[in-house]
Design a protein around this ligand. Structure first.
Ligand code: NAD
Length: 445
C-alpha cells in the first residue's frame, strides 16, 4: 500500500459515528522529528509501553508505525513532507510527532541534521553531512496542519509541583487552550506593499467605503469565519464537559474588530446555545437570572478581551479552564501561559481535525543537543498522555502523569529543570539524562 511506511501487525483505529474505535493493539503513526527527536521519541515510546503494560496487564499494546517526514523524509523520498506521509497519518488517524526544522532567513538550503543554512547544496558547511541538505521549504508543521485540516491546536497548561515557576499562583494553573489553526493570520493572505494585490485592495476599500489606506502599506487579510469558529468552539466545549472544566472563555479583540474578533465571540455563544443548550450557561445569564449559581453539570461560557486575559491568567488563573481563541492571540497566549508554569520544556500539544489527531512536542529541534541523550523529553511524553486520553486509555495516561509528577517533585530531572531548581536553592536535585528521566517516570508509575 505504501512505498516506505510499513503497516505493523495491529488494529487500525477507526471513526464510527463521530467516535474513535480503538482495538487492543492499535496502530499509531510515529514521526520521530528532526534534531532532538532522536533522543525524546524513543523515551516517549518506552514510557508509553510501560504505562500501557501496567495499566492493562499486558492485554493492550500500541503498534508504532514509523512515518518519514523532515530529515527522514528527505533521506527516503527526497522530500521533507512526502504525500505518502500524509496518506499514512490519515490511514492511522492518530499519530504523534517530534519537532521539525523550519528554515528561517534567506539562504537557499538548510541542513536537517544541524539546522545550518547556506547558499549551496550538499555537503553541509557546518556538520559536513550530505544527506540532510535540502532546498529551503515551508514549515512542515504548517504543511501537516493544512494538508489534513487540523483546525484545533490544543495546548494544556498545568503546573507540576517542584518546577520553579515565576508566578506565585502557578499552582492554580490548569488551562487548556484551543487555538484556531487555519484562519486569521495563519490563512497567509499577506500582500507586499506596492504589489498588485495590495494596491487593488487599497483601491477597492477606498471605492467601497471612502476610507483611505496609505499607498505604501503592506496588506494582510484576516479571515475569521462562522464555520471555522463553530467547529473550534464545539471542540472546546466538548472538552470542558468531558474533562470537568468549569468554564470556556472566548478570547477576542471585538472591541477593536467587530466583524472578525467580535464575531468569533458571538458565533461561539451561538454555538453553545444551539448545540450545548442544556449543558452550558452564559456568564450573563448566570448573573442576570441564576444569582451566580451554576446549574449542576453545566459549563459557563464567558468572553474576555484578549489584552485583559494576559493579566487575568496571571492574577486569577483559577477562574479559567478552557480558553478558545483565534489564531494569533492563541499563539501568544499559549506561550505566555506555559511560561507562567515554568517554561516551554514541558508543554504538550495536539493538532486535531475531524479525521485525524496529531500529537506533538511543542518545543523545537534544539539542534546543538541532538543525539546527546540530554534534553527534557517531558513535552513529548505529556503529548503522549493527551494521545492516550484521546484514545480513551485514561488509566495509562494517569500512570504517566503520576510518574512524571513524582519524578519532578523528587527532583529527578533533566539539566534544564535541574539548573532552575538549583538556582532556587533546592536541595537534593538529581540531574538525569533524557532516557534517565524516562526511567524515573517508569519507576514512579
Ligand atoms: P528550540 O525549542 O529548538 O530551542 C529553544 C531553547 O530551548 C534552546 O535553548 C534549546 O536548547 C531549549 N530546548 C528546546 N527543547 C528542549 C528540551 N526538550 N529540553 C531542554 N531544552 C530544550 O527553538 P529554536 O532554537 O527557535 O528552533 C530550532 C529549530 O526548531 C528551528 O528549525 C525551528 O523552526 C524548529 N521549531 C520546531 C517546532 C516544532 O516542530 N513544533 C517548534 C519550534 C521550533
Amino acid at each position: 500500500m505504501f512505498e516506505h511506511v510499513k503497516i505493523p501487525q495491529g488494529d487500525l483505529i477507526e471513526q464510527r459515528d463521530g467516535s474513535l474505535v480503538v482495538g487492543a493493539n492499535p496502530i499509531v503513526g510515529l514521526l520521530r522529528g528532526d534534531g532532538i527527536g532522536v533522543d525524546i521519541t524513543p523515551v516517549m515510546q518506552r514510557v508509553v509501553a510501560a504505562a500501557v503494560k501496567q495499566a492493562y496487564d499486558g492485554v493492550r499494546e500500541i503498534s508504532w508505525a514509523p512515518i518519514y517526514v523532515g530529515l527522514e523524509g528527505v533521506q527516503r523520498y527526497g522530500e521533507v513532507l512526502p504525500e505518502e506521509a500524509i496518506a499514512a497519518i490519515r490511514h492511522f488517524k492518530v499519530a504523534i510527532k517530534g519537532p521539525f526544522t523550519t528554515p528561517i532567513g534567506e539562504e537557499t538550503h538548510v541542513c536537517l541534521h544541524c539546522s545550518h543554512q547556506q547558499n549551496s547544496g550538499p555537503p553541509c558547511a557546518a556538520c559536513g553531512k550530505s544527506d540532510g541538505v535540502t532546498p529551503r521549504f515551508r514549515s512542515v508543521n504548517v504543511g501537516l496542519r493544512q494538508a489534513m485540516d487540523l483546525y484545533a491546536c490544543i495546548r494544556p497548561v498545568r503546573y507540576f509541583e517542584g518546577v520553579p515557576a515565576p508566578n506565585k499562583y502557578a499552582d492554580k494553573v490548569d488551562f487548556v487552550i484551543f487555538r484556531e489553526n487555519t484562519e486569521d493570520v495563519y490563512a497567509g493572505h499577506d500582500f507586499e506593499a506596492g504589489g498588485e494585490v495590495a494596491l487593488a485592495i487599497i483601491a477597492l476599500i477606498k471605492e467601497m467605503t471612502g476610507r483611505t489606506i496609505r499607498a505604501d502599506s503592506g496588506i494582510g487579510v484576516k479571515p475569521i469565519s462562522r464555520t471555522g469558529t463553530r467547529r473550534l468552539v464545539r471542540r472546546a466545549i466538548a472538552w470542558a464537559l468531558e474533562h470537568g472544566h468549569k468554564s470556556v472563555t472566548l478570547v477576542h479583540k471585538g472591541n477593536i474588530m467587530k466583524f472578525t474578533e467580535g464575531s468569533f465571540a458571538a458565533w461561539g455563544y451561538e454555538l453553545a446555545r444551539e448545540e450545548f443548550g442544556g449543558r452550558t450557561v452564559s456568564e450573563k445569564r448566570l448573573w442576570d437570572e441564576l444569582d451566580g449559581v451554576v446549574p449542576e453539570g453545566c459549563v459557563v461560557i464567558k468572553d474576555r478581551i484578549a489584552d485583559s486575559i494576559f493579566q487575568q491568567i496571571q492574577t486569577r488563573p483559577d477562574e479559567y479552564g478552557v480558553l478558545a481563541l483565534p489564531n494569533l492571540n492563541g499563539d501568544y497566549l499559549s506561550d505566555a501561559a506555559i511560561a507562567l508554569v515554568g517554561g516551554l520544556g514541558l508543554g504538550p500539544g495536539a493538532n486535531i481535525g475531524d479525521e485525524v489527531a496529531l500529537f506533538e512536542a511543542t518545543h523545537g529541534t534544539a539542534p546543538r543537543y541532538t543525539g546527546q541523550n540530554k534534553v527534557n523529553p517531558g513535552s513529548m511524553i505529556l503529548s503522549s498522555v493527551l494521545m492516550l486520553q484521546h484514545m480513551g486509555w485514561t488509566e495509562a495516561a494517569d500512570l504517566i502523569l503520576g510518574g512524571l509528577a513524582g519524578a519532578i517533585a523528587e527532583g529527578h530531572v533533566t539539566y534544564d529543570l535541574a539548573r532552575l531548581m538549583r538556582r532556587e536553592g533546592r536541595a537534593g536535585v538529581q540531574e538525569v539524562s533524557c532516557s534517565g528521566f524516562g526511567d524515573a517516570i517508569i519507576e514512579r508509575m
